[in-house]
Design a protein around this ligand. Structure first.
Ligand code: G6P
Length: 490
């Protein structure tokens, strides 16, 4: 990492602090490839992670300065600085704009006959969104050793996701020479859909992101959509072939950096006693039935509902599979304070109950839904599946499609949506589905279950090779390399 300080900014940090029953401060750590990759880079460079305070304890720590945190095994320690934001402004920025506008926009989630309908409330929430982005930018600009602070612009700022789309331009106004990368973990809406946003908002969104030197995406399709969308911005000129946008007298480079999974970390967690116990409980429920698994957040774009409809169609079309295959949905609760999410989860549970009613024989129902944040049990289920269903309507990457095959021990097949970013790396080893095609998804599950074991094994090997080809460090290293190249060229 050539000694450059890496400074990460994201809404949700890699760690959040709470008090346990005995009043002790305990850390709740985020898992996954992104946290591993970024904390590895931070430990190596003595950098920091700036994130919004999520808990009371985080808010208290925000007042006492950066907190030293132990990274994942072997990665050393790094520092987190929490930002205590005014609660009402935070709510408007997080729920009002990030979750209800930008998430819906970039995952094509609106039923456009009715929604969205931008009103005075949206305008107010947008002001809060801008204000929170400016607070992040101001904190980033204050980092000791930043441009103008004695180190001559040696920081590399890695700004994450749709929550902070305006932060790059805001930081650029404060520190014109800063090296800034912005990464979208989500898909990016194409120009027609982006045009749903009122003109001022979409222009501010694009211009905000283009304050970075490098704008990164998980998959080539999202980078193409972003480049196409930039044509909506007056004054921007797009070179789609070279993936460059000229705007405001600067050149911005657009890149594709697929995030990977921490395979060693996964192996360690999967070997835990908790995972082993969950594996035994799963075996007891399954008996000798084969397993179709899905593991997702309770998230609209994950397409859980059509997954149950497809499983119902599978059992309807294939009487020979009844009683011989079961479906397990591990659903990690997420954003259930939004009414759309609660209503959707209710619909999913009703669909699952209908499958059980229609095809349940004896004590063991064909569908089991577990709504819990139970990572060890999810890892155990990955080892045991025969078919992993990953059918999001739209998804920036989808790490389940990488974690599952890495951990699977049964030559399980992957049924994968063509609209998941992971499809560009894994698609040729998976059974492809169009996520809106319920009958097609049922047929894909049937094909996966019927596939000869030699072919399943060959595909699983291919999936594992693809997972190994994208280690998390590479994601950071390539962005930092492109940031250097962009700055050398200016
Ligand atoms: C996606 C986003 C992340 C976000 C996560 C969980 O993966 O790209 O930025 O943190 O979902 O959502 P939440 O709203 O709970 O942070």
């Amino acid at each position: 990492m050539d000694g450059r300080h890496v400074i990460v900014a994201s809404n949700r940090g890699p760690v959040s602090f709470e008090r346990d029953d005995a009043g002790r401060v305990v850390a709740r750590r985020g898992a996954g490839g992104l946290v591993t990759a970024l904390t590895g880079a931070l430990s190596a460079t003595g950098g920091r992670w700036i994130a919004a305070a999520m808990s009371e304890e985080d808010r208290r720590l925000a007042g006492t300065g950066p907190v030293e945190v132990e990274g994942p095994a072997g990665s050393g320690s790094y520092r987190v600085r929490f930002l205590a934001l005014e609660p009402r402004a935070y709510e408007a920025y997080y729920q009002g704009i990030s979750n209800r506008v930008l998430w819906f926009l970039n995952h094509y989630l609106w039923d456009t006959a009715r929604l969205p309908s931008f009103d005075a409330g949206t305008a107010g929430a947008w002001l809060a969104y801008r204000q929170v982005n400016e607070s992040f930018a101001a904190t980033l600009a204050e980092e000791p050793g930043g441009a103008g602070g004695g180190w001559g612009g040696t920081h590399a700022y890695l700004v994450q996701d749709y929550h902070l789309a305006l932060a790059p331009a805001a930081l650029r106004r404060l520190r014109p020479d800063a090296r800034i990368a912005h990464f979208w973990h989500t898909p990016f809406a194409g120009p027609d859909y982006l045009a749903i946003l009122p003109r001022e908002l979409r222009e501010e969104l694009l211009a905000g992101t283009l304050g970075a030197d490098v704008v990164g995406f998980q998959a080539p399709g999202w980078a193409r959509q972003f480049l196409a969308a930039c044509r909506l911005l007056p004054g921007a000129s797009v070179d789609a072939r070279r993936r460059r946008v000229r705007f405001g007298g600067r050149e911005v480079s657009v890149g594709v950096y697929p995030v990977g999974v921490d395979t060693a970390g996964l192996d360690a967690l999967a070997a835990s006693e908790e995972a082993a116990a969950a594996g035994r409980a799963l075996e007891a429920w399954l008996g000798d039935r084969r397993l179709v698994l899905r593991a997702d957040r309770t998230e609209l774009s994950k397409n859980v509902l059509r997954g149950f409809l497809a499983f119902e169609a599978l059992l309807a079309n294939r009487p020979d599979l009844r009683g011989r295959v079961a479906m397990l949905a591990m659903l990690n609760p997420s954003r259930l304070d939004l009414p759309e999410y609660r209503a959707y989860l209710d619909d999913c549970l009703a669909a699952a109950a209908r499958v059980d009613e229609r095809f349940g024989e004896g004590p063991d129902d064909p569908v089991r839904v577990v709504i819990a944040d139970d990572y060890p049990a999810t890892l155990a289920a990955h080892a045991r599946y025969d078919v992993l269903l990953v059918n999001p309507t739209f998804d920036g990457m989808n790490l389940v499609a990488k974690e599952g095959p890495w951990l699977n021990r049964r030559d399980g097949a992957l049924v994968l949506s063509e609209n998941a970013g992971a499809f560009s790396e894994l698609g040729r080893h998976a059974v492809r589905v169009s996520p809106f095609d319920v009958e097609g998804t049922a047929a894909a599950m049937a094909a996966a279950l019927d596939m000869p074991v030699a072919e399943r094994r060959r595909r699983l090997r291919g999936l594992r090779r693809a997972v190994l080809a994208s280690p998390p460090e590479r994601w950071v290293r390539r962005q930092l390399g492109d940031l250097d190249a962009a700055n050398a060229a200016r």
